[in-house]
Write a protein that binds this ligand. Structure first.
Ligand SMILES: Cc1cc2nc3c(=O)[nH]c(=O)nc-3n(C[C@H](O)[C@H](O)[C@H](O)COP(=O)(O)OP(=O)(O)OC[C@H]3O[C@@H](n4cnc5c(N)ncnc54)[C@H](O)[C@@H]3O)c2cc1C
Length: 453
């Protein structure tokens, strides 16, 4: 097959790859995008969006349950097959729509697996050699596997999002955001749920006081949280799976049985099968090692963005921002740095939990003197009206300047509180600025006054 030549070859058509491709094309570059699976990537097909469809319904059911005897009468139940039908109505045509959109932009779409050969030439299965003056690695990440006997019996997060029926019991391995979000969904749908985590603290990147309150909320809904247990094997007998786990401190083994078990033990970048070593691109366990311009530190013709870039959290808005930086640096020359300092992130548990800026322990480590505004948000009428009895906040204010440096919040509309406080962190707003704003009332935005007074 004859060689194809482009200005820019983007590998991966997820959130990151598509932004780089369309922006470079609009600036007049000749662009190809390679995709081996679904056009659109994880976020709309197997990540944020399908997850949120399930979570929204799960949380709505919980709201009805929380308000029993408080103005509502009559429980609801989740019709899982119907919910999956609704979810698929959002996801089924995404790949075609994204593909059509890229085609309309006159971007060459190359379906197939990309890999650099030993002479550094990129091959795309079904298309032969493809040469770019610049390459963008935007291949994302995949669920981490456990290297233990029987691990093939564990479901991935992708499989959970495709479950046709909800089993009566489910076990989640892992203490990250995916395991906890799915645990809340499954519990709301009526399953008996256990979360098994290897170390003491779940959700390590979040405020421990907020996480503690979240675990109480989950336990109240029947989720059993087991910490400091390391899975060592998985067995299947009839329709029951048993995960054998070793207690971290005393080494004793315990057996946890459920109908299905889902592995939520993190994600690994898809950089290991690309042959990047043949073009001198340095990688580590977090992905392509990049500089502040999102350019490979070892090959100047290569950029990376999204979950497969070493720098930044694995989140859709991070992938989008990095992609904008990459596109800018390809089009205008390497001049724009990637600033992720005010990235907001939310775990869509029930209640949801968000984080923006510094954690309290990070501020202490940096020697920043902070006033810590922290307390129980469940006593606000905003939460009481909804029957929510576990909520917490913590805001870090720099003592000298009054600037907001970090914000952590467990409660209703956590994602929007993170958006407001992310702006405050980014634009160096102070406590006084936030208190001076005439927030709509009653609202969770207004509750910032309770948090900061
Ligand atoms: C269950 C779940 C829930 C999530 N929820 C949230 C959330 O609520 N909020 C949030 O911000 N983030 C969330 N995320 C993370 C978010 O989905 C990712 O950060 C985002 O999708 C990353 O986009 P990306 O473009 O870097 O990678 P991807 O979307 O993974 O795209 C990479 C593409 O590259 C393709 N590819 C890989 N290797 C090759 C190859 N060799 N050749 C050709 N193509 C290749 C893949 O098929 C894929 O389509 C969630 C993730 C998961 C799994």
């Amino acid at each position: 097959m004859s060689e194809r030549n482009y200005d820019v070859v983007v590998i991966g058509a997820g959130a990151a790859g598509n932004i780089v491709a369309t922006t470079c094309k609009e600036a007049g570059r000749d662009v190809a995008v390679v995709e081996r699976d679904g056009w659109g990537g994880v976020c709309p097909l197997r990540g944020c969006e399908p997850k949120k469809t399930l979570a929204d319904v799960a949380h709505a059911a919980n709201r009805v349950r929380d308000l029993q005897g408080k103005g509502l009468k009559g429980d609801v139940h989740i019709d899982w097959p119907d919910l999956m039908r609704v979810k698929r109505s959002f996801t089924d045509d995404i790949s075609d729509r994204v593909h059509t959109y890229l085609d309309k932009k006159n971007i060459d779409t190359l379906p197939g697996e990309a890999r650099f050969d030993a002479s550094g030439i990129l091959h795309v299965s079904g298309h032969g050699p493809v040469r770019g003056r610049q390459y963008v690695i935007a291949v994302g990440a995949r669920p981490r596997q456990l290297d233990i006997p029987g691990s093939e019996l564990l479901l991935t997060s992708d499989a959970f999002l495709e479950l046709d029926t909800m089993p009566d019991s489910l076990l989640f391995i892992g203490g990250g955001f995916i395991a906890l979000e799915f645990a809340c969904i499954a519990a709301a749908a009526g399953a008996r749920v256990t979360v098994l985590h290897r170390s003491e603290q779940l959700l390590k990147g979040f405020d421990p006081d907020c996480v503690g309150e979240l675990l109480l909320a989950m336990e109240k809904r029947g989720v059993e949280i087991i910490t400091e247990h390391l899975p060592v094997s998985v067995e299947q007998e009839a329709d029951t799976l048993t995960v054998v786990a070793r207690q971290a401190k005393n080494g004793t083994e315990k057996r946890f049985a459920a109908k299905l078990a889902v592995l939520g033990a993190g994600r690994v970048p898809n950089t290991d099968t690309l042959g990047l070593e043949h073009i001198g691109v340095k990688t580590n366990t977090h992905g392509v090692v990049v500089d502040e311009y999102m350019r490979s530190v070892s090959n100047q013709a290569v950029f990376a963005a999204g979950d497969c870039a070493e720098y930044g959290m694995a989140l859709t808005p991070v992938a989008a921002l990095q992609a904008e930086v990459v596109a800018h640096n390809i089009i205008h020359g390497v001049s724009r740095r990637c600033d992720l300092s005010a990235t907001g992130t939310t775990v869509f548990t029930d209640p949801p939990l968000s984080r923006v800026g510094l954690l309290e322990k990070e501020a202490q480590r940096l020697g920043v003197d902070c006033v810590v505004h922290s307390g129980n948000a469940a006593k606000w009428s905003e939460h009481k009206r909804l029957g929510i009895d576990h909520a917490w906040y913590k805001i870090l204010e720099e003592r000298d300047t009054g600037r907001i440096l970090g914000a952590h919040y467990l409660g209703q509309h956590a994602e929007e509180i993170a958006n407001i406080l992310g702006l405050a962190v980014r634009h160096k707003l102070t406590r006084a600025d936030l208190l001076a704003h005439p927030w709509a009332y009653p609202s969770f935005g207004y509750a910032l006054r309770y948090m900061l007074s």
